[in-house]
Design a protein around this ligand. Sequence first.
Ligand SMILES: *[C@@H]1O[C@H](CO)[C@@H](O)[C@H](O)[C@H]1NC(C)=O
Ligand SMILES: *[C@@H]1O[C@H](CO)[C@@H](O)[C@H](O)[C@H]1NC(C)=O
Ligand SMILES: *[C@@H]1O[C@H](CO)[C@@H](O)[C@H](O)[C@H]1NC(C)=O
Ligand SMILES: *[C@@H]1O[C@H](CO)[C@@H](O)[C@H](O)[C@H]1NC(C)=O
Ligand SMILES: *[C@@H]1O[C@H](CO)[C@@H](O)[C@H](O)[C@H]1NC(C)=O
Length: 444
Amino acid sequence: MMSYSCNIVVLLLPLVVFTLALNANANSFESLLQLPRRQSRSTRTRPRSERILHVGHFGAKGNGFTDDTKAFVDAWKTACSSKSKTRILVPENYASLVRPIDLSGPCKARLTLQISGTIIAPSDPDDWEGLNLRKWIYFHGVSRLTVEGGGTVNGMGQEWWRRSCKHNHSNPCRGAPTALTFHKCKNMRVENINVIDSQQMHIAFTSCRRVSISGLKVIAPASSPNTDGIHISVSRGIVIDNTTVSTGDDCVSIVKNSSQISISNIVCGPGHGISIGSLGKSKSWEEVSDVTVDTASISDTENGVRIKTWQGGSGLVSNIIFRNINMNNVSNPIIIDQYYCDSKKPCANQTSALTIENIAFVRIRGTSASKQAIKITCSDTSPCRNILLEDIDLEPSNSDGYTKSFCWEAYGSSSGQVYPPSCLSHETSFLKQLVQSEITSVYL
Ligand SMILES: *[C@@H]1O[C@H](CO)[C@@H](O)[C@H](O)[C@H]1NC(C)=O
Ligand SMILES: *[C@@H]1O[C@H](CO)[C@@H](O)[C@H](O)[C@H]1NC(C)=O
Ligand SMILES: *[C@@H]1O[C@H](CO)[C@@H](O)[C@H](O)[C@H]1NC(C)=O
Ligand SMILES: *[C@@H]1O[C@H](CO)[C@@H](O)[C@H](O)[C@H]1NC(C)=O
Ligand SMILES: *[C@@H]1O[C@H](CO)[C@@H](O)[C@H](O)[C@H]1NC(C)=O
């Protein structure tokens, strides 16, 4: 008997802590983030010591067709080895053609890359022959870098999309470059930049710590394949604010052991919405925790806010808050899918699954393009726990219909008005079932 009650206490404890955190200050974990503080405009003065390196002085022509790659590499090398704060300037009237490049650190001092003009990728995929197909502009091992300037990074993805196996089924599926990749980065800022028409993903952070993104605009056609807006992998302490993403894939995707992610004031769509996952592919162990999405407008997307995991994986998705979200004609506004499978043949049923718990959907309103506005399908062996639905109103896009919710092995509670009506099973019945199965296993 002792062991049952102990187990219940152990189980309930995180639920209580989570609920308290949600009620007291749902952003509590955000305050743990130690982000580089943005100076207010009035105090932001450019120190005299900052060195400015104009890419033109390194031989860049900026005419849109001369290859400016060497000028960028040389400017980077000079800036990165400089002992004082340095700014690389791509001026407003420049359009620089840049081939795939590696810009590596560590650098000796703070660095700013000011893109006020445009950086253009080669339009011909054959220019990548013999190179890594996954990268165009690749930063690695860099800390204290700011990318800003109001200009544009143009991936010229049209030919890549045309050749993609998703568009031409006789072509093999292979990767395509991410426009901007930051690998092993730390204390970074990306501010007021447009990234358009990437070959595949637009901007990816892998193994990064403490990144602040604001005023980012990502734009690609809805039909462009795999063009995620912002991809976050193995990273911690990422803050995204005041950002617009319209693409052919996820606006933001968060995968592989990432935590402390805060997304606010985001406009998303068209595209596939804001996604946690996919996680647990090929039996991997993965964890994503402490994610808040607050104040978002999501329109004409395949999904709104989504958590997707593969069967057979393991790990944890926990402490996720989706709050103050406006949906406009979204096909799956609220979706948790523990049976994610994107291969052509159906994936085999497996017993192992990630644990999904402490997930809150609060004040999510607007219209759903499909009847099933809420869909929470969890694993038989690892049901979702402590899901909260609060103040939800998802009406059908076409005014004459209705919406409904679907749950499978999903436990939690609802509060306020919830439409379509919640389909969650009460937590207590989950606990009962758990105790029951434990009793059964004790006696078996
Ligand atoms: C599809 O790809 C094949 C092989 O690369 C090519 O021969 C064919 O012309 C392409 N089709 C279209 C419609 O682009
Ligand atoms: C939001 O970003 C845009 C650029 O995309 C910028 O012009 C605007 O000033 C930013 N607003 C705030 C409140 O930061
Ligand atoms: C995630 O973390 C787990 C446990 O620390 C580790 O085994 C796994 O390799 C990590 N995965 C990635 C992609 O870093
Ligand atoms: C809503 O989305 C559906 C499919 O995603 C689309 O066919 C339809 O035109 C959209 N409706 C409106 C009113 O935009
Ligand atoms: C997996 O299980 C579900 C539910 O029991 C069943 O409907 C489905 O056909 C199974 N899929 C496979 C590939 O066995």
